[in-house]
Design a protein around this ligand. Structure first.
Ligand code: TXA
Ligand code: MG
Length: 330
């Protein structure tokens, strides 16, 4: 058991955190989506310890976080001309931000990072502390969400400490994450452009860029079902149970249905869109609040969480993706 330090966001603290990372330690840091658990991308032993600290299956690859577009050349091979133009256009439109793009992996990147895959996932976080930290280390950082594998992703430093205290060297406390769910992950290397994980950057936004570059719209990866030959394979991480609290998660289509379910499943925490939330019996359901609320259910002893998925929630593909996974018994 190691003592996990909690750092503020001062320049001095960032330097201390960078020093820990340079010496092979793991440090959690804020990004605009969720907190990430950082290690130097070229430090294979530190990368391996990330999987141990999180209890993460070793076949689930990590995202490499870069502070500058120029860093890409250190981890990825060049693209052909039309794909490079598409990458440049996506970068221009959404980066830095909540978009992760697969690129051909350079052999310098340890296999542990990509779980042996030929592709490497790259993201440019918009959070200034994340950028400062990567600059201070002088090398891109791998960073999965800084939670115990399978539990909801952390959107505050307290969530990180709850899951990983004693297992990592430090966390930088940058307050609550603005976006609240993980980045959109896309594969532009295959013939059809695919969304491997939906996020706050939507298919509509991505399609505008793809079409302007002469490509077909993106497809959602749906996973291979029995007998289905042409389905696009999911991202390795998408097959695991995710985002689930210990409390049982039930879905309702209206507040009335949720109230009814609550009477037979008490004590229950009800989450619904902010216009229904009263802060007493009904709490807010949004991208920003979902993971914190799922964690709150456990920390406050609720046996059940009831999520009101009305039409508007169902139209939010990224939010529904996380809700379905939290509710899945798999
Ligand atoms: O917003 C985010 O993306 C956060 C913050 C910290 O940046 N990170 C994050 O990392 O969510 P993680 O490890 O929890 O999720 C990474 C996802 C997994 O589903 C993984 O399978 C997928 O990205 N992934 C990573 N590399 C891949 C690759 N080469 N091919 C396909 N999927 C990949
Ligand atoms: Mg994760």
């Amino acid at each position: 058991m190691i003592h996990t330090q909690s750092f503020d966001v001062s320049k001095q603290s960032i330097q201390k955190a960078a020093q820990l990372l340079r010496s092979g330690e793991l440090v959690a840091f804020p990004t605009e989506t969720v907190y990430g658990l950082g290690a130097r991308v070229f430090d294979e032993s530190a990368v391996r310890r990330i999987f141990v600290a999180k209890g993460r299956p070793s076949d689930n690859p990590l995202i490499v976080h870069c502070a500058e577009k120029a860093d890409v050349g250190r981890i990825a091979e060049p693209l052909d001309e039309p794909k490079q133009a598409l990458f440049d256009a996506l970068y221009e439109a959404f980066c830095p931000g909540a978009l992760t793009i697969l690129l051909p992996k350079r052999s310098a990147v340890p296999d542990a990072v990509t779980a042996g895959l030929e592709t490497v996932a790259v993201r440019f976080p918009a959070h200034l502390i994340a950028q400062e930290l990567i600059h201070a280390v002088g090398e891109p950082l791998v960073a999965p969400s800084a939670n115990r594998s399978g539990y909801p992703s952390p959107t505050t430093a307290q969530h990180v400490l709850h899951d990983l205290s004693g297992r990592i060297a430090a966390v930088i406390d940058g307050g609550a994450c603005a976006v609240g769910i993980e980045s959109t992950v896309v594969n532009i290397l295959t013939e059809s452009l695919t969304i491997l994980r939906p996020g706050s950057i939507t298919k509509e936004q991505l399609d505008k860029v793809a079409l302007a570059q002469g490509f077909q719209p993106f497809m959602y990866a749906s996973g291979k079902k029995n007998g289905e030959k042409n389905a696009v394979p999911l991202s390795p991480g998408m097959k695991y149970r995710h985002y689930a609290p210990n409390a049982r998660v039930l879905l309702a289509s209206s507040l009335e249905e949720a109230s009814l379910l609550a009477t037979t499943n008490s004590p229950a925490l009800i989450l619904a869109r902010s216009e229904y939330a009263d802060g007493a019996t009904v709490h807010e359901l949004s991208e920003q609040s979902l993971y914190g609320a799922l964690r709150k259910a456990d920390s406050e002893g609720f046996h059940t969480v009831i999520l009101v998925c009305d039409g508007e929630v169902q139209n939010n593909i990224a939010l529904m993706n996380r809700i379905s996974k939290a509710a899945s018994k798999q």
